[in-house]
Design a protein around this ligand. Sequence first.
Ligand code: LMR
Length: 326
Amino acid sequence: MRSFVIAAMATTMLTTAATAADITIKFSHVTAESTPKGQMALKFEELVEERLPGRVDVEVFPSSQLYNDDASLPALIFDDIQLVAVSLSKFKKYTPSLQLFDLPFLFPDMAAVDRFQASPEGQELLDSLDGTGIVGLGYLHNGMKQLSANTPLIEPDDADGLKFRIQASDVLAAQFEALGGTPLKKPFSEVFVLLQTKAIDGQENTWSNIYSKKFHEVQEHITVTNHGVIDYLVASNEEFWNGMPDDVKPVVEEALQEAIGYGNALAQSIDDEGRVNVEASGYSTVHELTPEQRALWVEAMRPVWAQFEDEIGPELIAAAAQSSGS
Ligand code: LMR
């Protein structure tokens, strides 16, 4: 009987040890599966589960199913989730320097964003969350932002008096205030209903986000402004990430970098496709700006740089402007 009890205890301990060795990585994000972020997350899940079967389980929660972005960073710090890809516009509470990416008309296109992120200054920014419990692991692209509203936005004065939904960013608030608009910080998951009910007049986002969340169905006009960027910091809980066993961590890290590369390679075509789909849907009129009209938007928004120069750091802004040729 005694030996039976000992055998039973040993079995229980073995089972517990086997279960404890299994690692779950919960990856929570806010966009649709069809977006670059959605595709990157699914690729990461596929690669990790193929390479570490039964050892690591990746659970992806898209479309704010688990958390919206504001809640996901505290959830990451508390280790309720282990991976996020949060817009660089939403880190103000944790670091001032990532606000750089919100400066209007800093990057002319995604190639310029790429060049800056690959530079020593750009790579250093990945560590800007050190000490917060969050570890920055890489940059993931979405695309350039366009402006939409229910009235045509052709010149900056057209935005005067309108309410715009923005991400949780003081720079973006200043950008719309510079136009005479009223910015409202709201979660991505609420934008469609806010537009549908006309609680807000407009918003700014990428083609793939506009199309996949159906914003174009409740916005009569979209202007091709490419005035800013939506890009993400892929990040984990520092203790979790660095605490993964030695035989697991390098495999997960490699899979993550491959998945980021995969998402980044797809980003431009997904965004282009979003535009084609929006135009084909016939819901909204898409407006192209003349060079003169575009110059007026630059002139109206550009003073925002000076407002945030001290917080972000003039050297950093200069380095980004140089990689952009802006
Ligand atoms: C937004 O809130 O508009 C974006 O940050 C959503 C996203 O993750 O692309």
